[in-house]
Design a protein around this ligand. Sequence first.
Ligand SMILES: *[C@@H]1O[C@H](CO)[C@@H](O)[C@H](O)[C@H]1NC(C)=O
Length: 319
Amino acid sequence: MKSSEEGMAGNKTSVIVFVILGFSHRPDMKVFFFILFLCIYIITVLGNLIILLVTNMDPALHTPMYFFLRNLSFLEICYTSVTLPRVMVNLLSSDTSISFAGCAAQMYFFLLFGATECCLLAAMAYDRYRAICNPLHYMDIMNKKVCMQLAASSWICGNLVALGHTTFIFSLPFCGSNVINHFFCEIQPVLMLVCGNTYWNELQIILAAAFVILMPFLLILVSYGLIISSILKIRSAKGRYKAFSTCSSHLTVVTIFYGTAVFIYIRPKSSYYLDVDKVLSLFYSVVTPILNPIIYSLRNREVKGALSKMRTKLFHPNS
Ligand SMILES: *[C@@H]1O[C@H](CO)[C@@H](O)[C@H](O)[C@H]1NC(C)=O
């Protein structure tokens, strides 16, 4: 793709493969990180699979909230699968190169799942808003069709964002170094390899990212503003607590997800060179997927109930 420009561009050599730097400067830590990432990956996939299974099997959990939670768990499995397996392979192999197309594909899927999650969290906030502010018509408003449409729109939005960003970045001219100082093809480290001054590119990407992250975030804020004002109107403390407890898991996930997103994307590039930072940013991309099932299964009484029902069925089938 890029190599056709060779020859015409003089001393600019076009990049056809990238090399992922990862942990190559710390060979002594490779085994440690391999085992760590393997554990994180297994826990993430298993935890989210359990949520998928439990909410699917228990008819009491066939509500809009759990429809979105299933979608979210599915998304988290995909999200971690884009980065961690490849990072682990790179830890064990001496050849850490990735093709131009492979790098673009990785970035596309990473952004697709990330942006879809932003939108899905907003859809879940809307669902909570409807459940708490319109309890009598909740099931009519959030019928199956509406839920499907909300989830589908999240995927379409995520897809547009990912497609836009990836095409934009990979149509920029790459020259010189092809070494990605990161664990996978993330926006910032790839952008550093673009020829010339990338100030405007970076600005555009930060603005677009801010838009993508902030729009759903505003929707979430508005939903929770309405939720809180409606909860405050409830007379009994018990009723208030009950209403709030149905959204506390979602609120926790939102806080962690947006906290980490802001940490990764909305900050100056100069802070990016630190190695500690590189490791941190990897952890930040696995933090929500691994915590999600834990939050929803520990803090949510309905999921806990469904889990223990499933355990009873599995281990004492005749009782
Ligand atoms: C997530 O939502 C989409 C769009 O409505 C749907 O097609 C898909 O089956 C859902 N996935 C899960 C795991 O529920």
